[in-house]
Structure formats: structure tokens, C-alpha cells
Design a binder for this molecule. Structure first.
Ligand code: ZN
Length: 325
């Protein structure tokens, strides 16, 4: 079984072969990484750890990767380490040097030509190292991690095909109406599933990615608010819509907001019930347990659980050779 991080491509290839999706969780310290990996180990599931410019003020790419590469030694299921929403080519280079096995450059807010040219450059830097590349075409709404889309532009499937042909990206984040953060919708959302279907038909070998895919479950929001929070009218993507997108070809699902809500709810509850408490090992322990339960549910909902043995321990070296062909 794999030791260390696998190229993300290998995880998504196996997911495509069996019709499930791999969740990508934001993990940016040893504790959050161990929590995600422990759940994945319990459920024998592949998983993606991601972090990016939003986390790097705390720990830069090389230190972050050093932590991740230390933590992964305790685990043997398939895991990829992914740069999420990289905002410059130099940052991508830093992550490649640090040992990320997948990188994303998000130039989706820039003109098509600029996005495609930069993406091509990233592919030329990453593939000789066997590292997977994710691009993004179209824009998401919401504000998170410094990404503010003032108006949403859904992905045009024909453009997506052209983009993949011109750049050689392995995975593509598409905009189908989801948005980052907890306030995604005012009413039950309508997502452009036809875009998923058409894009998948046009580029069946490119792994489609959904960002902004937290479900923002009402019970989690209610729990936060019950213990003193003020998160009114938050709404996310219902799980059945994500499952429909998986059926139509989505292979990687980025989620972060739900984890933040679960973590916050547990800490708020702890302090309301233990006003005398001030030991972070105790309240962070409660929060970790809440995250644990939440990750388990995603692994089951996305069909990821039980798939840890779909891999033959493909390494960066193997994919290097494959890209060179
Ligand atoms: Zn995103």
C-alpha cells in the first residue's frame, strides 16, 4: 500500500473508474491533518488534504508540506497533498519544491488567454515531476480566501474543452452556480447540472472538480446559533445535488465551510456548558470529535468509503514516465 503522498491524478483515476468522488478537506496543521487521515483510515477511504494562500500566513508551503510529510508516515491509505487556489506561478513553484503532489493555479478571474497561458506554464513545471494540475474556468460567487467573484460566470463546456486541450491540465474546477462560504443561496439552489454533463461528455478524461460544495446543514447552523453564534440564513448545496453531480462526472469535491461550522459549534457548546473551562486540549478535543463525525458522513455520502485498495501504489515517478509519453 502507498507510503507518502500519491499524485492526485491516481486518486481521481480510480474514482472515475468506479463512479465515486474524493473529498478534498482544508487541513493546515498537524491536528487537522491527523483528524482527516484518521477518519480516512477508519473508513478505508482515499482523501485529499489541501491548503493554500489562506493558510500560508500561519505556515508557509515548505513548513506546511514538512508537517504533512511527517504526519502521513503514520498512515497507509491513498492521500494527495494539494495546493488549493494558488495565486501565482512562483507560489506553485514553491509548492512543487516542497513536495505537494497536486497544484492548482486559480486565474479564473483573469481573461481566458492569460489564464490558459499561465496554466500551460504550470503544467510544464508540474508534469515533469509527476505532479497533478488542477485549473479553473468560470467563476464562483462568495468570498473566501481572498477570492471575491463580483459576478458569477458559469463554465462554458466548449471553452472547457479548448482550455484542457491548450493547457493539458488533469483536473478542472467548473462553475455551475455554487459559491464559497456559508451564505451560498437565499433559496433552494439550482445548479447547472447540464454543464457537468456536457463538459464530462466533451472531456471525459479530465477530472471535474466542484468547489464551494459545503452543504451547510441546518442542524449545524442551528447548533452554532443555539450556543451564542450569529450565523443567520446560511445555506449550502444539498447533498443529493452533490450526489447527482458525482453521477454526471464530478470526481473531486472541495469542502471547508461545513468543517468550520462543526468545529465552531462544538467549541461554543463546550464554553456554554463549561464556563469555567480554559484548557484548549479539552475544548479542541470536542471540536476534533465533531469534525471526525462530519468527515465520516462526507466519505459515506460521496461513495469514497471502502475504496482505499483501488490503488497500486503509483508514485510520482510512475506518473512522470506517463506524462513523458
Ligand atoms: Zn475553492
Amino acid at each position: 500500500m502507498p507510503k507518502g503522498f500519491l499524485p492526485m491524478n491516481e486518486l481521481l483515476r480510480a474514482a472515475a473508474a468506479d463512479g465515486y468522488a474524493v473529498p478534498s478537506f482544508c487541513a493546515w496543521n498537524a491536528e487537522s491533518m491527523i483528524t482527516v487521515l484518521s477518519v480516512a483510515a477508519d473508513l478505508r477511504a482515499p482523501v485529499i488534504l489541501m491548503n493554500g494562500p489562506g493558510e500560508y500566513p500561519l505556515l508557509g508551503p515548505s513548513d506546511m508540506a514538512a508537517v504533512a510529510h511527517t504526519v502521513i508516515r503514520r498512515f497507509s491509505q491513498p492521500v494527495a497533498l494539494h495546493l488549493d487556489h494558488g495565486n501565482s506561478v512562483p507560489l506553485v513553484c514553491e509548492c512543487l519544491a516542497a513536495g505537494y503532489t497536486s497544484v492548482m493555479l486559480d486565474f479564473s478571474q483573469r481573461p481566458y488567454r492569460e489564464n490558459a497561458a499561465a496554466q500551460r506554464e504550470v503544467v510544464q513545471l508540474a508534469h515533469p515531476r509527476g505532479v497533478t494540475v488542477e485549473g479553473e474556468l468560470g467563476t464562483l460567487g462568495g468570498i473566501e480566501d481572498e477570492i471575491a467573484a463580483s459576478h458569477i460566470i458559469l463554465t462554458n463546456p466548449e471553452d472547457a474543452k479548448k482550455f484542457v486541450e491548450q493547457t493539458g491540465v488533469d483536473a478542472l474546477a467548473i462553475a455551475i452556480g455554487t459559491s464559497h462560504g456559508a451564505y451560498k443561496f437565499k433559496a433552494t439552489p439550482t445548479l447547472a447540472m447540464d454543464i457537468v454533463e456536457k463538459t464530462h461528455k466533451l472531456i471525459p478524461n479530465t477530472y471535474l472538480v466542484m468547489h464551494g460544495s459545503s452543504s451547510v446543514p441546518k442542524e449545524l447552523v442551528d447548533e452554532v446559533n443555539k450556543f451564542g453564534g450569529k450565523v443567520p440564513n446560511a445555506m449550502g448545496v444539498p447533498i443529493h445535488m452533490i450526489q447527482q453531480a458525482i453521477k454526471l462526472g464530478v470526481r473531486k469535491i472541495n469542502i471547508d465551510t461545513d468543517g468550520r461550522l462543526a468545529f465552531t459549534a462544538a467549541i461554543r457548546k463546550y464554553f456554554v456548558e463549561h464556563p469555567e473551562g480554559f484548557d484548549q486540549r479539552k475544548y479542541l478535543g470536542e471540536a476534533r470529535q465533531a469534525i471526525f463525525t462530519w468527515i465520516q458522513s462526507k466519505m459515506k455520502d460521496f461513495g469514497t468509503a471502502g475504496h482505499a485498495n483501488d490503488y497500486k501504489g503509483i508514485t510520482l515517478k510512475d506518473t512522470m514516465a506517463r506524462y513523458a509519453k
